[in-house]
Write a protein that binds this ligand. Structure first.
Ligand code: RIB
Ligand code: CA
Length: 308
């Protein structure tokens, strides 16, 4: 079966890194480009991190990397070093990039791929939606032709992870998120309600990487150590939510997640509810899908590809 073309937009942080490994090791898809957006870390750090993950994946295919938005559409950038480490990849410090990232804008690249592949393309957005919103503003017709846009973001019936009600990606750039969820794209939103159904414990990690060469084991431990310590503080156990790999699994194998179709809006006012996602009534045909559950059997099969 011909692999489906995919573009990954990422604020390459710890869980993004695992999602990118999963994508590069999945024969169902072909990663045509990776675009970066500020979020977990500064955008230049995210770009450097993407190169490090592509190198670690060890695949012969090395997709082009295009650096994107350094800040949200309107609000100042907020990063998450306390979660993902000072550089965004835990305690890993990637070497400086040998190949400069493509200098074209990420939005231009995403819109160009949308025009090239149309409904065959899947866009997987793992960070704040700044680049995606800019691509919609550049060429909404092309973006509406994209087969699927999968966005990890939002929180509906669970508390937020960034303040009481907001999920981090939609908190960082609520204006971009509200543009994307109301633009009539073929969008699937994968919220905390679903991604928090999948948790990796330190013991799971150690078992998953036990048979790997020491260098690879150490890579995963250094990537995830600090992220798990953060969850030990917030969740009471040394563990990790795999937000982005869960969203990536849906892009690789549609149907891994159960979904409902419903209108949503994002609070853009920079107050206590900034970034909150709420159910709303949108004009016919404008409502995205929102994931509601995980097929854990399918997830387990796919996720094994990460730990190589
Ligand atoms: O809220 C979780 C999301 O925010 C994940 O994508 C994580 O990488 C951060 O970007
Ligand atoms: Ca992310």
């Amino acid at each position: 079966m011909t692999p489906r073309p995919v573009v990954i937009d990422t604020d390459a942080g710890v869980d993004d890194a695992l999602a990118i490994l999963l994508a590069l090791r999945s024969p169902e898809i072909s990663v045509e480009a990776v675009t970066t957006v500020a979020g977990n870390a500064e955008v230049h750090q995210c770009t450097r991190n993407v190169y490090a993950v592509i190198e670690r994946a060890g695949s012969s295919v090395r997709p082009p990397v295009v650096q994107g938005s350094a800040a949200p559409l309107r609000l100042p950038l907020i990063t998450a070093p306390e979660v993902h480490g000072a550089g965004g990849l835990g305690s890993l410090v990637p070497r400086l990039m040998k190949r400069p990232a493509r200098t074209g804008t990420a939005a231009f690249t995403i819109a160009a791929l949308a025009r090239r592949f149309g409904n065959r393309l899947t866009v997987v957005a793992l960070g704040p939606l700044t680049n995606i919103a800019r691509a919609v503003q550049k060429d909404v017709r092309a973006m509406r032709s994209v087969g699927r846009i999968v966005s990890m973001g939002g929180a509906f019936r669970v508390p937020g992870n960034t303040g009481p009600v907001a999920e981090f990606n939609y908190f960082v750039d609520p204006h971009a998120a509200d543009i994307v969820v109301t633009s009539g794209l073929r969008l699937t939103v994968v919220p905390l309600d679903v991604t928090q159904q999948v948790m990796l414990t330190w013991d799971n990690l150690c078992t998953s990487v036990a048979k790997l060469p020491a260098r690879r084991r150490t890579w995963f431990h250094r990537l995830l150590d600090g992220y798990m310590e953060y969850h030990a503080l917030t969740e009471g156990r040394r563990s990790a939510y795999l937000h982005d790999p869960v969203a990536m699994a849906e892009a690789i194998r549609p149907g891994v997640l159960s979904k409902v179709r419903t209108g949503i809006r994002v609070e853009t006012w920079n107050g206590p509810a900034r970034g909150m996602t709420v159910f709303a009534t949108l004009p016919a045909g404008k409502s995205p899908f929102v994931a509601t559950g995980v097929d854990h059997g399918n997830w387990k099969i796919l996720s094994r590809r990460i730990w190589r």
